[in-house]
Design a binder for this molecule. Structure first.
Ligand code: PGA
Length: 240
């Protein structure tokens, strides 16, 4: 896994946005898998400004949401798809029909998952996947113990993920399950950027990069990927 370390959070945000603009310039039809959560928000907002100022365009690109929580109201701002809309999609020129997300409340969830994977595969897989990292090393909602070849599916959330979800919600009805793109599709992405900022990620970032490659730390599986980048600010990279 390549490691890119920036001296400050501001440099980290600008560095990632700069790389991202570059990828979009090289391939305007970039197919991306994108996370929500706190990690990417400033990067997303910077990309919004890049589009407004004509430095980038998502017009021909395609976005697949990485995951979503189950059991929340469709318009709950803490839903992954709504966070993604708020911080990125409402600010860029991606046509609505090129945003794909998982309908967690569908009666046949198994079918929704199969169709999502088919859509991803039919499109040719992901060119670029951005990921945050959970405090337990999860990727999306692929919690510790997830198999490397797991596909898009319903999952029960780990206790630490349930607890973290409170940070996105304005109520105490925390989700206990969700739907996530599987490690199979994430590891098949042509390029993967694992983003981490802030001191509270330092421990899990160090385990991911220097500990054992193990299913118990799903992010460590990215070390077997030929084009994965761990992109950290000084605080998150402090124990590397
Ligand atoms: P965060 O979540 O970006 O809100 O820290 C990351 C994750 O749990 O995957």
């Amino acid at each position: 896994m390549n490691v890119l370390r920036f001296d400050s959070e501001a440099a980290w945000v600008n560095g990632i946005a700069c790389l991202w603009r570059d990828r979009l310039r090289l391939n305007p039809r970039l197919r991306m898998c994108l996370p929500s959560g706190h990690t990417p928000n400033k990067v997303y907002e910077t990309m919004g400004r890049s589009v407004t100022s004509g430095q980038a365009s998502f017009q021909e690109a395609e976005v697949f949401a990485l995951d979503d929580f189950g059991g929340l109201a469709l318009d709950d701002p803490g839903r992954c798809r709504n966070m993604l809309r708020h911080h990125l999609l409402n600010r860029v020129d991606l046509p609505k029909e090129r945003f794909h997300f998982l309908d967690t409340e569908a009666s046949d969830l198994e079918r929704v998952c199969r169709e999502y994977d088919e859509q991803i595969e039919k499109a040719g897989g992901f060119d670029l996947t951005l990921l945050g990292i959970g405090l337990n090393g999860h990727l999306g909602l692929n919690e510790p113990g997830s198999a490397v070849d797991c596909v898009t599916r319903r999952v029960e959330m780990a206790a630490s993920s349930v607890k973290s979800s409170a940070g996105y919600l304005s109520h105490s009805n925390l989700p206990t399950w969700g739907v996530t793109v599987g490690l199979k599709q994430l590891l098949a992405s042509r390029e993967v950027w694992l983003l981490a900022n802030g001191a509270k990620k330092a421990e899990i970032v160090a385990r991911t990069a220097k500990g054992e490659v193990t299913q118990d730390v799903p992010a460590s599986m990215l070390r077997q990927h030929p084009n994965a980048w761990l992109i950290v600010d000084a605080e998150a990279g402090a124990k590397l």
